[in-house]
Design a binder for this molecule. Sequence first.
Ligand SMILES: [Zn+2]
Length: 429
Amino acid sequence: MKRAILLLPVLAGVFVLPVFGGTPDVKIVSVPRSAALAEAAVRLDLDLLAEIEGRVLIAASPSDLRKLAECGLQIVDESVLFAPSSPPASSVYSFSPIGAYHTYRELADDLAALQIQYPDLARVVTIGTSLENRPILALKVSDNPGLDEDEPAVLFLGCHHAREWISVEVPFLFGRRLLEQYASDPAVRRLVDEAEIWIVPMVNPDGHDYSVRVYRYWRKNRRAGEGGLFGVDLNRNYGKAWGCDDEGSSPDPASDVYRGPASFSEPETRAVRDLIVSRRFGALISFHSYSQLLLYPWGYTTLPALQESLLKSLGTRLTDLMRAVNGRDYVCAQAGAALYLTNGDTTDWAYAATGMPAYTIELPPLDILGGGFFNREEDIDPIFQENLPAMLALVDWAIAHPDPEPDPADPPRRSGRKKNPPGPGIIRR
Ligand SMILES: [Zn+2]
């Protein structure tokens, strides 16, 4: 039986801060919520963690601290709130340290068990190896899973960002559901028979492990850089418009949106790239959290993609299906116009390279008041259930629309329209 999870950040509207160790180069500080902070947050790529009683908590590197001070913001050291209560757990657990959420090892075990239980429908495939030598695991669900059949393929990705634990669970549960329902549900059987469904629940196993064992808010992978700086933001490391400007990603290794020294510099993004170019993928969802959005390309510009109308109409169909389950709203929008500009993200590259509809789903909650990166254990199933019909519908759509054409359009990097600066509630997701 799994232990209860430690994390329940919101109780009756009051934040109870989880207790975690920081990294030596990152300090948890708070500054007053203000327009100056909103402006600085965007310009400096700050890692905002939470807003509590008019103060915004930030995971700040030494250079962030210098820049905050230069902005004249009043900085309070809040590190004591995050002091570790006990030594970090060993990487070999005698129980699940994160409750119903999967550690990497638990995920590997559960995927292997599915292959054993459903040998005619499931294969666990290693699509690459992380920096710390963890196999990056995919679950392939199809009839004849040991064969490369000439069927449309659909890809579901989770956990580019280490701290977004719910994004592991939704694609994993989807794979398990397909296998469990194959024998009894003709609609599921048709999808599995006619498509190859690929599920990579944990693109960033090293970062996830670090988030579990050491620092809950870790976002990037665990690339070691000079001066003790770690990590590349994997969702800024893909090859479309990579590094086209410094607004949506950063050249600074200390930044939480550091894009790496080159596109596809990281083994984790290369693994996803190589999988996509090796198959006839016709649709993709990359799960993140949080904010209840379904985002489509482009993210690097506010200008529309050539296939904007398809991306929007199909995306709206998916969000309608999601809303119908629990009544929870997910807003469908172009990424660059809705959230904040990014460059080098998964969906821009996948759409540009293949022409397939490629969506980022930002899972619940809606905002930091709902728990931010934390979801309670009992939230996992409702969140999965409301995403399930959209995932099924996307596979169905890909079967009906095989062989998308790459989008040849390469719009200018930026429209003339200036984005409204987001408020302090905007946290990198
Ligand atoms: Zn994310």
